[in-house]
Design a protein around this ligand. Structure first.
Ligand SMILES: *Cc1c(COP(=O)(O)O)cnc(C)c1O
Length: 356
């Protein structure tokens, strides 16, 4: 193992890469990780020196706070390779800012920019070969932070671990997603942690989603917890509805995650001259639009799939199939966004950053 220090990051390179053992044609999302990870500990009231080291397990005391009280947050974004072989991040600064908002909400320390962004740039530079060129190929970036203080007393930890791991990804043809519209369970409530990318938000969705899966659906579209009349978002995606030629998506709130894909699509759609309404669509409006034929598309938007078209939805005892349409706005916007991400179209918004 070779050890060096560049600026303020200690780097320990692994002696052997496992890249040749990886089948890049058959990747199951989030199961293969690159050779290195970034780790930075917070203790005695300050962040310690970040370390890039070989990917390896942690040893934690059984009383470690994250196991008991769920003080844990994460992020998710991607890096892409262009035709020339350069690696690009897409709006990673947005993820950095959102991570620190989540940290504040979970009473965790904010991560300094030089640790999060500086560490990420360095890690991506080292792992460049793991980013493959080609539409649908990317390197998924998973930064996260957990409470590592010991003792089962229910209070914020005084020690934390910030980590970045990387996973090569390949998206396949979109599976046909059918959703259930929530009329009882909720993922978030006013005053809660729905707007944070907090681990517990996802644990809370697993049971209602399991019930939906048992009925032949893949996801739930969540509604507002108080009245279950306003359509909000899906599992790990924001949602867009196309009624006639207007795209409608819910405003962000304390209950909704402010997705980078969502806001990028809103900007792109507006640039294309598409009518976009940022407002709460009511379940009744959706049912009427489905009945009178004005509902054209529903799609989820998030880093993992960029856009996931929804082919049908259930609400209470009703079920509707979405029409099969040509000139889908979902596919047009996905293509426009992908072209910016893979540097196949000019990035007029300044969303991409090259890894040197
Ligand atoms: C991550 C996430 C999204 C999508 O955010 P992106 O920044 O577009 O990836 C939407 N909703 C929830 C609940 C999420 O966790």
């Amino acid at each position: 193992m070779e050890s060096t220090t560049t600026s303020d990051i200690e780097i320990m390179l692994s002696s052997q890469s496992k890249i040749n053992e990886v089948d890049f044609e058959n990747l199951t999302f989030g199961t293969v990780f690159t050779d290195h990870m970034l780790v930075c500990d917070f203790k005695n009231g300050e962040w310690q020196k970040p370390v890039i080291q070989p990917y390896q397990p942690f040893t934690l005391d059984p009383s470690t706070k994250v196991f008991h009280y769920g003080q844990a947050i994460f992020e998710g974004m991607k890096a892409y390779k262009d035709e020339q072989g350069d690696v690009w991040m897409f709006r990673a600064n947005e993820n950095f800012n959102r991570f620190n908002k989540s940290a504040i909400r979970l009473a965790m320390p904010e991560v300094p920019e030089e640790v999060f962004m500086g560490g990420l740039r360095k890690l991506l530079h080292i792992e460049k070969d793991w980013v493959r060129y080609g539409m649908g190929r990317s390197l998924y970036i998973r930064p996260y932070m957990i409470a590592t203080g010991e003792g089962v007393i229910a209070q914020p930890s005084s020690e934390y671990k910030f980590v970045i791991i990387l996973s090569p990804a390949k998206s396949y043809y979109n599976q046909e997603v059918k959703v259930v519209i929530a009329n009882h369970y909720s993922r978030a409530a006013n005053g809660g942690i729905g707007a944070a990318k907090a681990a517990g938000n996802y644990a809370g969705q697993f049971y209602p989603t399991k019930l939906a899966v048992e009925k032949g659906f893949q996801q739930i579209i969540w509604t507002d917890d108080a009245t279950h009349t306003k359509l909000e978002e899906a599992g790990t995606m924001n949602v867009f509805f196309r009624i006639n030629n207007t795209l409608i998506t819910a405003p962000t709130s304390e209950r909704i995650l402010d997705g980078v894909t969502r806001k990028s699509l809103i900007d792109l759609a507006k640039r294309e001259g598409i009518d976009v309404e940022v407002r709460s669509l009511l379940v009744d409006e959706l049912l009427n639009a489905a009945k009178n034929g004005t509902l054209k598309e529903i799609f989820g938007a998030g880093t993992a799939a960029v856009i996931n078209p929804i082919v049908g939805f259930a609400y209470e005892d009703l079920y509707f199939d979405l029409p099969k349409i040509e000139n889908s706005m979902a596919m047009e916007l996905k293509d426009k966004l992908n072209k910016i991400q893979y540097k196949l179209a000019e990035d007029t918004f300044g969303w991409t950053e090259k890894i040197e």
